[in-house]
Ligand binder design. Structure first.
Ligand SMILES: Cc1ncc(COP(=O)(O)O)c(C=O)c1O
Length: 490
């Protein structure tokens, strides 16, 4: 039977972690019948020897397969292949993959993993962004939402336009005005999260072979949305001023780029804020080469101490910027509400696409957000968030100062800390030890398309309480010590 396991081909260069490669390939073998139900898997030790990977990699692979129901462990007797859902029929009539027009194999695993870490109660959540417990607005929002509906029960019966619930749009306009973004009513639409905005923009602008530019490292879900349209992604690294506009101009001279995607304020994952000079240069280049900019601004209002940062959209005199602002980080991500501001022809066409896939964004969420925008509630809540997150940054700075292997440039706002490790420490391998110690973060290589970030990781510091944040950082420090104390075969 051991020959069957030699069919597992692992690629250490792949961005897919080794444990995922093992899990996915085993699943494939189950589904195409090479592995029959009831077959016993080698012990973790034996499998690790056969594949020449660490025991921890195999533990993670087996856990992953158990979670998917592909295998089951029986106390004392081992791990067995289960009857997979697609094995129930004796012959599979349709090979589904050959019927699909869209290839999902390249979709980045990072978002799925980050959300999985966030749901795991055993892990201190430093991977994905959540709202600090002491300032979570759930109760306040549910009360004002219930009161709003009690006074206006008719709201739930009225059809909502694809562009968004009108009273919300009206208040969103005023809200954006306060930051210098002047959008006419027809230049604004509500979307189901910034992610839907990015997907709609990709569908409208990008086709196979088109070029799009983004920062590296950057949001993997954004590159997935762009790649889904068949576009080629050109990546530009950042310095302390933000995206390197010299490199940008080089690319703009060589490639017919459809748009430039940036997250200029408290960038995810590096926390870098693009300087005013860079912003001006970026807008100048966009104008010179006639290329629109997509400005993703999920955390720009979370500035700690310093004065607010002017969005690119507020500086844009030439209708070049498509602006996205989500409520995910300001209220909570479950709402799935964001606003998109762009020139009218863009909004009109995005609406046509949105109508086809999502008649309108969830009405309950839109009404809830609107109720929360009224009477200055959101502004008061943002003040509380700024205070709570400034306290967390302060604490993280104190703890990290005691951890000589972690180097961090502390941002002036936002929700992320970008941490650098000594070159010999691989953040993805460190994560495996950290998970055993009950803490999760995002390894830098999950966020880079050009191989940056192997010895970097992203910490989202907003979700845990102050005590848990301190404990999480302490455990990461312990994981680093353990990493250094062992040679780490992978
Ligand atoms: C830069 C950036 N854009 C978009 C998103 C996704 O936002 P939403 O929850 O509104 O889809 C995130 C979430 O972390 C983000 O950091």
């Amino acid at each position: 039977m051991s020959h069957i396991w030699s069919q597992l081909k692992l690629d250490p260069q792949s961005r897919l972690p080794l444990y995922k490669q093992i899990s996915q390939q085993t699943e494939q073998m189950v589904h195409d019948g090479r592995l029959k139900p009831g077959v016993r898997l080698p012990s973790e030790r034996k499998m690790a020897e056969m594949l020449q990977v660490s025991r921890m990699t195999i533990t993670l692979a087996y856990e992953d397969m158990k979670a998917k129901g592909i295998v089951r462990s029986q106390q004392g007797s081992g791990t067995f292949v289960m009857r997979g859902p697609r094995m129930e029929r004796s012959e599979q009539a349709v090979t589904w993959h050959t019927q699909f027009a869209y290839e999902t194999g390249n979709i980045n695993h990072a978002m799925e993993e980050i959300m999985r870490f966030g749901r795991d109660p055993k892990l201190i959540p430093l991977a994905g962004v959540g709202t600090a417990p002491e300032v979570h607005p759930g109760i306040e929002l549910s009360q004002c939402f219930a009161e709003h509906l009690r006074r206006n029960p008719i709201l739930l019966q009225l059809p909502t336009p694809t562009q968004g619930y009108e009273p919300l749009r009206y208040d969103l306009r005023k809200w954006l005005e306060a930051d210098g973004i002047h959008a006419a009513p027809e230049e604004l639409m509500v979307v189901s999260g910034a992610m839907q905005g990015l997907d709609l923009i990709s569908r409208l602008f990008l086709g196979p072979g088109d070029y799009v530019i983004m920062e590296d490292p950057g949001l993997p879900a954004a590159s997935d949305a762009f790649a889904a349209s068949g576009a080629k992604i050109l990546r530009i690294t950042l310095d302390q001023q933000g995206i390197r506009t010299e490199s940008l101009e080089n690319l703009l001279m060589q490639f017919p780029v459809k748009f430039i995607y940036v997250n200029p304020t408290f960038h995810n994952p590096t926390g870098i804020t693009m300087s005013p000079e860079r912003r001006a240069h970026l807008l100048e280049l966009a104008k010179k080469y006639g290329v629109p900019i997509v400005e993703d601004d999920p955390t720009g209002l979370l500035n700690y101490g310093k004065k607010p940062i002017t969005p690119l959209k507020a500086m844009d005199q030439d209708d070049l910027v498509i602006y996205l602002r989500t409520f995910s980080k300001y209220v909570f991500p479950a709402l799935r509400v964001a606003v998109l501001a762009a020139p009218e022809p863009i909004v009109t066409n995005l609406l046509k696409i949105k109508q086809r896939i999502d008649l309108h964004s969830n009405n309950l969420s839109q009404i809830a957000v609107h109720a929360f925008l009224l009477e200055g509630r959101l502004e008061r809540h943002l003040d509380r968030l700024r205070k709570a997150y400034a306290d967390r940054i302060k604490l993280a700075r104190e703890v990290i100062q005691e951890l000589p292997d972690i180097h961090c440039d502390f941002p002036e706002g936002g929700v992320f800390l970008w941490c650098k490790l000594p070159p010999q420490i691989c953040a993805e391998r460190l994560l495996q030890i950290a998970i055993q110690k009950g803490v999760a973060f995002v390894p830098g290589n999950w966020l880079s398309g050009v191989g940056l970030g192997d010895n970097c990781f992203r910490l989202a510091f907003t979700h845990p309480s102050l005590d848990m944040l301190k404990e999480g950082l302490k455990r990461i420090g312990e994981a680093i010590q353990e990493y250094k104390s062992k040679s780490f075969p992978l």
